[in-house]
Design a protein around this ligand. Structure first.
Ligand SMILES: *[C@@H]1O[C@H](CO)[C@@H](O)[C@H](O)[C@H]1NC(C)=O
Length: 241
């Protein structure tokens, strides 16, 4: 009987065919309960400043030129488009996507200490949503931090999620309204409003209304994990040393 159950389980796993990548927790890594918010300020992220990134491959997070596609050169990676005269912006591919119906990969700002916390740049964390989204997970690479973040706060990188404290980036990169698309904090209100964003950012914006079912700022539990190669391939920034 046991073997029949085992065989059926294996068949189900193979025939049902949702991808199921191996996720490797990091022993002794950060873990606990956290809160989430969302943002997309179009700025070069904090983990793009190479002097603060202490990762295995020593590379800062990739930033992009104004088109959101062309990589910034090493020399101008640090000059955020949110500062006057800056030229480095967020790359439009640093947004969430679905791996299967209960797992997404993406990017987030984070603080584990409260306030700016660049020591954790480029680590990966598996977030398990609570409440209405229970059963769904979001594996993010930390690409940013923030002076306005609390302890164990994940500020998920979701286009149209609100520009927050930096209002210059999206207007300079995309000609967005001065306080961003939708509300300065929280961003657009509906999936349709995502169509106000540049084409390259629309899918990433809709993630909030599809996978996240429009749930605002869900609580999470979190566990540090090894970074999937797909995330490292996008940011160029590897796991912590
Ligand atoms: C999605 O992938 C994760 C990680 O491998 C796995 O735990 C989860 O069961 C998968 N979801 C589905 C619906 O197959």
């Amino acid at each position: 009987m046991k073997s029949i159950i085992l065989v059926s389980a294996l068949l189900l796993a193979f025939c049902h065919g949702e991808p199921s990548p191996t996720i490797i927790p990091i022993e002794g890594g950060v873990q606990g309960d956290g809160i989430t918010t969302r943002y997309w300020d179009c700025c070069a992220t904090s983990c793009a400043w190479d002097q603060i990134v202490h990762t295995k491959n020593g590379q800062p997070v990739q930033t992009c030129q104004k088109d959101g596609r062309t990589p910034s050169t090493k020399e101008n990676n640090a000059q955020s488009g949110c500062a006057v005269g800056g030229v480095a912006y967020s790359c439009s591919n640093q947004v969430a996507w679905l791996v299967n119906s209960t797992l997404a990969y993406g990017f987030s700002a984070a603080s584990f200490t409260g306030g700016v916390d660049v020591a954790q740049c480029c680590m990966c964390v598996l977030l398990s949503f609570k409440g209405q989204l229970a059963g769904k997970q979001f594996l993010v690479q930390v690409t940013n931090t923030g002076s306005d973040l609390h302890q164990n706060q994940f500020d998920l990188a979701i286009p149209g999620g609100g520009v927050g404290i930096f209002t210059l980036g999206c207007s300079s990169q995309w000609g967005a309204p001065e306080t961003g698309w939708g509300d300065r904090y929280g961003g657009v209100h509906t999936e349709e409003e995502c169509n106000q964003l540049p084409a390259d950012l629309q899918e990433g914006c809709k993630f909030r209304f599809t996978y996240m079912e429009g749930v605002s700022n869900p609580d999470v539990s979190f566990q540090q994990v090894q970074c999937p190669s797909e995330l490292v391939a996008i940011t160029g920034c590897g796991d912590l040393e």
